[in-house]
Design a protein around this ligand. Structure first.
Ligand code: NUP
Length: 217
């Protein structure tokens, strides 16, 4: 994988015009943009389609409901142009499987990623003790990948052993203290970076220097 294919930029802001301006500056540099509730609530759901005109979009909605409702959310995200959807796993295999099923209806290129252990300090309270079960369930449900913490490379290594060849997307680089190169060395396929790119004076330069760091791995 090319180093630039390892980078996903989290566009965490509420203003749609600002988000599109940042994405245009970065266009063609990262593998994908990841968007989240702040942007979709601030700018409206059409931002999913608008951003998808500038690159691959992963909707980080951490979908966490009964299968019926999960399926509706997944359908809206993919219909509007998302390539990937991040879902919670604690809701159980049926809820996750429904998202995988809906993704498949939109095509083989639509991905579902299951959150395992979260990257922030609170991630150790409930998600860490359940990471094994979440990994096993993600594999069993046919997810494309999992989300695992760049803030804890030892845990990334542990999770890699449990998910086999599933893709690992790893947030927590930069603002949360994790290192891009260390995360990839520990088993991440791709890293998710938000504030240290979008908050930089030169976001493209910041993205490029992370890609350069990844060239050393
Ligand atoms: O465990 C997780 N940690 C995390 O930070 C799961 C996530 N989805 N994220 C997201 O990654 C978070 O919502 C944000 O969009 C991004 C990290 O941003 P930053 O800390 O690089 O600014």
């Amino acid at each position: 994988m090319m180093p630039s294919e390892r980078l996903i930029v989290a566009v965490d802001m509420t203003d749609g015009e600002t988000a599109l301006t940042v994405a245009k500056k970065l266009q063609g540099v990262p593998w994908a943009f990841k968007i989240n509730y702040p942007l979709v609530l601030g700018a409206g759901p059409r931002i999913i389609t608008e951003m998808s005109g500038l690159g691959r979009v992963i909707c980080d909605f951490k979908v966490a409901d009964i299968p019926f409702t999960n399926g509706l959310i997944a359908g809206e995200a993919f219909r509007r142009g998302a390539s990937g959807l991040i879902v919670h796993g604690f809701t159980g295999a049926d809820s996750v499987s429904e998202c995988v099923k809906v993704a498949g209806e939109f095509g083989d290129d639509r991905a579902v990623y299951v959150v395992t252990e979260m990257s922030h300090p609170g991630g150790t309270t409930f998600t860490q003790p359940n990471a094994d079960a979440l990994c096993a369930m993600a594999v069993e449900a046919g997810a494309s990948g999992v989300i695992a913490p760049a803030t804890r490379p030892d845990r990334l290594r542990y999770i890699r052993e449990r998910v086999g060849s599933l893709e690992i997307l790893s947030p927590g680089v930069g603002a949360q203290g994790g290192s891009a190169a260390e995360a990839v060395r520990a088993g991440a396929d791709r890293i998710i970076v938000g504030r240290s790119i979008t908050g930089a004076g030169d976001p493209k330069g910041a993205a490029r220097s992370i890609i350069e760091e990844l060239e050393t791995v």
